[in-house]
Structures are given as C-alpha cells and as structure tokens.
Ligand binder design. Structure first.
Ligand SMILES: Nc1nc2c(c(=O)[nH]1)N[C@@H](CN(C=O)c1ccc(C(=O)N[C@@H](CCC(=O)O)C(=O)O)cc1)CN2
Ligand SMILES: [Mg+2]
Length: 286
C-alpha cells in the first residue's frame, strides 16, 4: 500500500510555482498578489488564513489579509470585495469560509470578479467547469486530481470512481473533473441507499462527507485508491479524516492520510490559481 503524501507533493509543486514567480520578478514585473478576506475570529479560519499567508511567502508571492469584525454588515463586506475587484494589483480574492451566521454566503461570493475568483466558487467558474471550459478550478478538487496524477492515474478510462459527498466546494466539482478524465463517476451522499455496497465497487473512492472515520474496510474494494477529503477535529484536539485509516490501509493500493494529505494540496492549488489569474491579468508569457 502506498501513502500519497500531500505535504511532499505540495512542496514539489510549490517549488515550480516559486521558480515561476522568481522569473516574473526578475523580468521586472510586479508580483502576483493574493487578497484574503477573513471575517470574525473563528480559530480554525484564523489558522487556515495564516497557512495561506505563509504559503504565499514561501513562493515569493505578495499577500494581503483583510481582517474584518464579525459585526460588520453584509453590505460592508460586499463593499470590501468590490474594492479588491477594482484594485489592479490584486490577482486573487478569497473570502474565508464559513462566514459568521448573519451573512448570506452566496451573494458575497457572487460579488467576486470571476477572473480573481481563486477559490473557483463563483457561478461563472462553476459553469465553465460544468461546460468543460477553461476557468479557475476549486482548490480541493484540483488538488485531489494532482494526487491521482502523482500515482500515474491521469487517464481514468475504464475506472469506477465513487464520490461520497455533494458539496459545491468538493463533491460536485470533483465529480466533474473525474468525468473529464474519463472515469465512470457515481455521486453518492448521506441519503444514498446501500452506500457501503456502492463504495465497494469503486476503483477510486473519494470521501468528502465530514463524518469522522465513516469509511471502513467494508466500503473499500481490494486494491482501490482511497482519497480522504475529510478534516474533522476530534474532542482530543486531533484531526481525523472521513476514512478509518487503520482499518482501510491494508486493503487499499494507495491512500491519503489526514493530516498531511489533501489539506496541504488545497493551499498549493490556491497558489497555482493565483499565478494563473496573474498571467491572465498581465497576459504574461503570451
Ligand atoms: N474560502 C475557502 N474556505 C474554506 C476552504 C477553501 O478552500 N476556501 N477550505 C476549508 C479550510 N481550508 C482552507 O481554507 C483548509 C483546511 C485545512 C487545510 C490543511 O492543510 N490541513 C492540514 C492540517 C492543519 C491542521 O492541523 O489544522 C492537513 O490536512 O494536513 C488547508 C486548508 C474550509 N474553508
Ligand atoms: Mg450529504
């Protein structure tokens, strides 16, 4: 069984991003800039945002974090998003989720200019993905595809993929990306009947449900590739995935750990999207 190491793979990809950023700067161009908007003081969100700041630093990109009080209004938040849209120095805009309860998330995300939407959550980018056209891809699904590629799974013709979870952030876009690579995709979720039986047909099993250790060995076909997107914080403070790693690891041919699996890839793909948006803005390299 192979453990797909997201820390190692993301470090490798970050190295190529770093080189490209360096070349951009050596040519006298401005740096790519990621602007992160954080509303309120959710400790997990604060830590993820710090992770994004450090990631930008590590590849030589500029970073701006806009910290806003939890009590600002929806209209004030939208005003901040619009300012970032209009700022020609900003290539990527990201609103850290979840927003505090009194906000409506979708109307805020709708305000992000699609060409700066490095989370790939704007309906324009979601629509481009659905249509199989070029746009900014959501980071976690894109990171999962990079992990599959890293173990030689690029063309997925003839393979059954089962995605458990149907969120806009992960399950829905990932199903489309897998299908684009010719996998036969089943989208399963919490209301699916005979879930274990359906999962046990998967050559590639993706767990993105948010239920700790739900996927046990009975869900897994011998030799399957198991990708764990879950990040669940346990009472003891430790992280655990949606997959029962110990129970599944000897049955799978490859498996991602939590932590150190999909999580680091998400941040890496964010850098990749910011670089992509930058190139579009600057028409750099054309
Ligand atoms: N606007 C967004 N909000 C959120 C996203 C997102 O992609 N865009 N995803 C998650 C949180 N998230 C990034 O924002 C994120 C979560 C976890 C990790 C990560 O690397 N986790 C590590 C463990 C870190 C730890 O110990 O806490 C790992 O899995 O190894 C990266 C990004 C929700 N919000
Ligand atoms: Mg569900």
């Amino acid at each position: 069984m192979k453990i797909i190491d997201g820390k190692e793979l993301s470090a490798k990809i970050r190295q190529t991003i770093k080189q490209e950023v360096q070349e951009i700067k050596e040519h006298g161009n401005r740096s790519p800039l990621l602007s992160v908007i954080l509303v309120g003081d959710n400790p997990a969100s604060q830590s993820y945002v710090r992770g994004k700041e450090n990631a930008c630093l590590s590849v030589g990109m500029e970073n701006r974090t806009i910290r806003l009080d939890a009590n600002i209004s929806q209209a004030e938040l939208i005003q901040v998003v619009r300012q970032q849209n209009e700022d020609p120095d900003v290539d990527g805009i990201l609103v850290q989720l979840p927003l505090p309860d009194h906000f409506e998330t979708n109307p805020v995300l709708d305000q992000i200019s699609p060409d700066k939407d490095v989370d790939g959550l704007h309906p324009v980018n979601a629509g481009l993905l659905l249509a199989g056209r070029d746009g900014l891809l959501p980071c976690t699904p894109n990171g999962v595809m990079e992990m599959l590629k890293s173990i030689g799974l690029e063309d997925l013709s003839g393979l059954n993929a089962v995605v458990v979870g149907r969120s806009n952030l992960v399950g829905k876009p990932l199903s489309l990306l897998l299908q684009q690579k010719n996998a036969t995709v089943t989208m399963a979720h919490s209301r699916t009947k005979d879930l274990a039986q359906i999962c046990s047909k998967a050559d590639i099993l993706i767990a993105a449900v948010g239920r700790p250790k739900m996927i046990t060995s009975e869900y897994v076909k011998a030799g399957a590739v198991v990708i764990d997107v879950g990040i669940n914080r346990m009472e003891n403070g430790k992280l655990c995935g949606d997959v029962d790693f110990e129970d599944v690891k000897d049955k799978a041919s490859a498996i991602t750990p939590v932590p150190g699996g999909v999580g680091p890839m998400t941040v890496c793909m964010l850098l990749m999207n910011t670089l992509k948006a930058y190139k579009e803005h600057e028409s750099y390299g054309r």
